[in-house]
Structure formats: C-alpha cells, structure tokens
Design a binder for this molecule. Structure first.
Ligand SMILES: [Zn+2]
Length: 391
C-alpha cells in the first residue's frame, strides 16, 4: 500500500523530485570518501593501484566466505563490481543492495549520513551542519579576537573531554577497533567520542560551565553559539606533560564516510607532537617513530612501538625536535611525495640540532600496512635496524 501511495506522489511531480535527487546525488558524490565508505562494509580488504579488493558483503549474493575475494572497487570513481555474481554499479546501487532499499531511499539515507540536508530547501533556518560550522578564517579575522590563552583553552578541552567520556563510546571505539587499534591503547590515549544524539546535551553543558566569549575564542563554539564539533566527534586529546587528566588541545575526526574536511581542531597553534606526553617515560636511546596523524601513532603503540604524531605531513616545528634528542628517531611518514619532501626537510632540521633522522619507507601508510600484513611488526623491526645501521 505504502509503495503505491509513494509512487502516486512521485508521479504527480516527477520533475522537481527527480531534479532534487539528481542534485543530492551530485552533492553526495562530491563529498563522499569512497575508500572509507567501502572499507566500512567489506572485510579482508587490500588496496592496490587505486582499487580495493575484498570479500563481497552483499547479503543477497550469499557468498560462503570461503572462496577468493570477489569484490572490487574503483576508488577514484566509487564503482563496485562482484566478479562472482557479475553485478556492479555505483555507490547508490551498492547501498540499495546492502540495505534492500529503493534508489530514492538510498540517496536520502546516504545524504543524512554525510550530514547533507536532504529536505527540499523550503525552511528558513539553517540545517545543523551549517549552524555548527566553524567560523570562516577564524584564526585571522574573527573580529580581532585572539585565540584563547593556553591555560583557559586547556580548561575547556579538559571539561569537554570529561563530558564526552560520559556519553556512549561504542561508535568511536568500534571505528578505531576496525582499524586494528587496541582497546587498551584507546583508553590509555583517552580518545573520546560522543554520538550525534548527544550533541545538544554536550553543547548545553559546556555553555553552563564556561563564558560564551571564551568558548568562541577557543574555537569550540562559533559565532552562532553552536558547538563546532558536530560532524567531527571522535576526539584525540593532546595531554599536558606529566598530567594525563589534563587535555591542552584537541583534534577531532569524522567517523562518517565522505565528510570533508576529515579533521577539525581547536583554534590556536598545535602545541606539541601528538603523544609527546608519553616520551618522558621512555629510556634514553629508545627508538621513537615519527608518523603522520593519530591513527598511525595509535597503530604503532598497539604493536608496542613508541611513536609520536605530527598533524599533516608538514606540521613538525623546530622547537619540538630537542625533546627527541635522547632517542633514535625514525621517520615513517606516508609513502607519497609530500611525505618524501617532509622527511628530507625534517632530516635537515634534525641535522641543525646535531641529530639524525632515519627513514623507513613502507609501501603504504602505517595503519594499512599493519592491517594488511600479519608479520608487519617483525618486518618493521628489521627495516628499522637496517635504516639505523645505514646512518
Ligand atoms: Zn558478491
């Protein structure tokens, strides 16, 4: 019955609805991260040459799971194909097959997951994803307001982390565990998450605890008095040295496929390397890996390696290098052109301080490497020995 009435309604005004769906499809395709999207469904995956290969997850195919991986995705175009059943298509077709829904339902649900407003734009007030958007150029032109000082920023970060930790952590933990990061490591790094349904509550509690001008200047809130961490709700705190209960800075990532940018952070400069607070406990001459980002840092820690992370390939600051002087430092930056250039530049910065930076080049980024290869830890140990001997 409902099928018929739905079809009737569509038939009365087919053109505007078709146009609306087409626009939504375009917006979804321009913002989705195909790699993250398909990775969240397929298992036993590997990625090479711009393609993802893995076990086909489509329920109606009823694969036994015993045969060869038959599922392949062209990551640039987002097109999938199952060789075993010779069925394929775009991301919308995939979603239809995965959830047994119609095309229009697939489009509107994907839009909702990506934070794209799928209602026709007839209402006046802005959708939450826009109300929560960080102020443009916040660091330079935010009506002359300086970023908040470090002490008050830390007060706000610490309270925000505390409030988020009281919410349901399962989505955030699930996201990291699927990337092979150990639960003990997640807890110890005090990574916290809050589900979207907790957004209003967390926002309200922060508003009662702090002055709104301070919240704005810290970057946690925007000029519309909304919490800016709306699409980015998996929070990675930077801790004060010697006091893990105190967060001095936060960077957060989205766990939804296709949200851009992937990251959001407080205003003001990144205060240190990620996980730098853990260096104090390490003996002299320990091997410390320099990696890009949080997931890679936590991946190495999961496998009992010491690591610190930089935010973005170019993010290492000269004043942080001296903290690393008593260690043997090995760069594991991403194996792309940006990673190559950054490593060369960092090696020069290290040399200026009379230090050395060794480099191990893995075939892909650290997290992918550890997920793809059961012997990754042993291989990394051997490659590191070679790199250090070559110095
Ligand atoms: Zn299949």
């Amino acid at each position: 019955m409902s099928q018929t009435s739905k079809r009737d309604r569509r038939d009365k005004s087919p053109e505007p609805i078709r146009e609306h769906l087409r626009l939504l499809c375009d917006e979804i395709k321009s913002s989705i991260d195909y790699r993250a999207f398909y990775l969240s469904f397929s298992t036993e995956t590997r990625i090479s040459g711009g393609r993802l290969h893995g076990l086909c997850p489509i329920p109606s195919h009823a694969h036994s799971g015993a045969g060869n991986p038959s599922f392949s995705v062209d990551l640039a175009r987002g097109l999938f194909h199952c060789f075993s059943r010779d069925e394929g298509g775009d991301v919308f077709r995939f979603y239809e097959l995965m959830h047994g829904v119609s095309f229009s339902r697939a489009v509107s649900e994907l839009a909702a997951q990506l934070g794209i407003e799928s209602n026709a734009p007839q209402h006046e007030h802005l959708p939450l994803r826009l109300r929560s958007a960080p102020d443009a150029d916040s660091d330079e032109t935010n009506s002359g307001a300086e970023p908040l000082d470090p002490t008050h920023t830390a007060d706000i970060c610490t309270e925000f982390v505390r409030l988020c930790a009281r919410e349901d952590q399962s989505e955030g933990y699930g996201y990291l565990k699927r990337r092979g990061i150990g639960e003990g490591v997640i807890t110890s790094a005090r990574v916290v998450y809050f589900p979207r349904r907790a957004y209003s509550r967390v926002m309200r509690l922060m508003t009662t605890a702090f002055d709104s001008a301070e919240l704005r200047r810290s970057g946690l809130f925007n000029q519309r008095e909304h919490l800016t961490f709306y699409r980015h709700r998996l929070l990675f705190p930077f801790h004060e040295k010697g006091d893990k209960s105190r967060a001095i800075y936060l960077q957060a990532r989205t766990t939804a496929p296709g949200v851009h940018p992937r990251w959001h952070n407080m205003r003001g400069a990144v205060p240190s390397l990620y996980n730098a607070s853990a260096l104090a406990g390490l003996p002299d001459d320990s091997i410390v890996y320099l990696v890009e980002g949080f997931t890679d840092t936590l991946t190495l820690i999961t496998h009992k390696f010491a690591a610190v992370g930089i935010v973005g390939a170019g993010g290492l600051r000269a004043e942080w290098i001296k903290e690393l002087a008593r260690f043997r430092v090995v760069s594991l930056l991403d194996p792309d052109a940006a990673g190559e250039r950054a490593t060369a530049r960092y090696a020069e910065m290290f040399a200026k301080d009379g230090m050395q930076l060794a480099r191990v080049a893995l075939p892909y980024d650290v997290n992918d490497y550890f997920r793809a290869r059961p012997s990754a830890a042993l291989e990394l140990t051997l490659l590191t020995e070679v790199a250090l001997e070559a110095q």
